[in-house]
Design a protein around this ligand. Structure first.
Ligand code: GLN
Length: 362
């Protein structure tokens, strides 16, 4: 939290999801609506990703009460890739706090692709945000641990707590990426040259590549996201994984940077903090309500899953998740004039407010 507001308690402002049977129907509809869509292409800059089955498609929603609604290939495993950046950010933020991450990694969009070197060069080697590769490397460097092996174990167990099960490394994906990740090695060396990291850049890329190679399912992504939606408590295991403040900070940074240079368009269309990965996963989080995990390997030119984005946009709209959507308290003509307005706390006014809230979520 910003120091200046330390004495002000964090109040929350969230609503409720529709009833479970309605969520089931809407999740089914999101899946069947976009199943025929074949736009986009599977990532191939990491050789093993090119072998993915492009037709796989999974949609999962986990509520903050732990209920899960899912359809499609929800048990199929894929590598988490860049989605790991969100959860490693949460672990680093939990260890060092809001201001250290804000100052050392940054929270502003670069407006450039996720693996951009220019973005870093333009700002004295400052990585700008934790969701692009330079900032993700700088964030992984902040994970506590005396050795790279200890940091890796901390990442693996930390992300496993978000998922509520022990996540394992996809060894084939890790080796495949290690043979081709010259650009990430260059970014790590640049970070070192600018004095932005205090760890060995070669080991740093190794830990980062491992974190990207953890195997997850769409179901896992929905549970991991729901932990951020639930103030840092995993709603399935009941375990507190990070503080409420860390969960909030993570969602805030995802809102401006999670979909790379398309984050503005994403927020305009979908209105939810989200993170994508090049293996085809997307997690989107509705604070206080739950999270959406999708998986479909065909990507657009920014590296975001085509069907995953469409299904998430549909769910955001149909489930009432868009953070910026509101319904009028009263239509023009039904509104009482300023002079007649009841005093705050007045019983009638409170009843009307509660009533309109229930209408919207029914
Ligand atoms: N491991 C990938 C990389 O570093 C992750 C990128 C992504 O998912 N966008 O390039």
């Amino acid at each position: 939290m910003h120091r200046e507001l330390r004495d002000v308690p964090q109040a929350v402002s969230t609503g409720a999801l529709p009833p479970p049977a309605r969520i089931d129907r809407i999740v089914e509809a999101a899946h069947s609506r976009y199943l025929p869509l074949e736009d986009g292409a599977v990532a191939d800059y990491i050789p093993v990703l090119a072998a993915a089955d492009p037709d796989l498609f999974a949609v999962a929603v986990t509520e903050t009460d732990g209920d899960v609604h899912e359809v499609g290939d929800v048990g199929d495993r894929f590598t988490i890739q860049s989605i790991s950046k969100a959860f490693v950010f949460a672990l680093a933020c939990e260890a060092h706090g809001h201001m250290v991450l804000r100052e050392r990694v940054g929270v502003d969009n670069t407006g450039l692709p996720f693996n951009s070197v220019i973005a870093m060069e333009l700002g004295d080697g400052h990585p700008r945000n934790p969701m692009v590769n330079a900032g993700a490397l700088a964030t992984t460097a902040l994970v506590p641990g005396a050795t790279p092996a200890e940091q890796w174990e901390r990442v693996r167990t930390g992300l496993s707590r978000f998922a509520g099960r022990s996540l394992e490394l996809d060894g084939e994906a890790y080796h495949s990426e290690m043979l081709t990740n010259h650009r990430n090695r260059a970014l790590a060396q640049l970070l070192e040259s600018y004095g932005r990291v205090e760890v060995d850049p070669v080991s740093l890329v190794d830990v980062y590549t491992r974190q990207c190679s953890l195997r997850v399912t769409a179901h896992d992504l929905a549970v991991m996201g729901a932990t951020l939606a639930d103030g840092g408590v995993n709603p399935v295991t009941g375990e507190r994984v990070v503080s409420g403040q860390t969960a909030r900070d993570t969602l805030a940074v995802l809102a401006s940077t999670g979909m790379y240079e398309r984050s503005g368009t994403w927020m305009f269309e979908v209105g939810l903090p989200a993170k994508s990965g090049v293996a085809g996963g997307i997690v989107a989080i509705a604070p206080g309500k739950g999270a959406i995990g999708t998986f479909s390997p065909r990507l657009d030119s920014a590296g975001n899953s085509v069907r995953g984005q469409r299904a998430t946009a549909y769910l955001s709209r149909a489930l009432g998740l868009n953070l910026f959507a509101s319904a009028a308290h009263a239509e023009p003509g039904q509104r009482s004039g300023p002079g007649e307005r009841s005093a705050p706390g007045d019983e009638q006014s409170m009843a009307r407010k509660t009533g309109s809230g229930e209408d919207r979520t029914a």
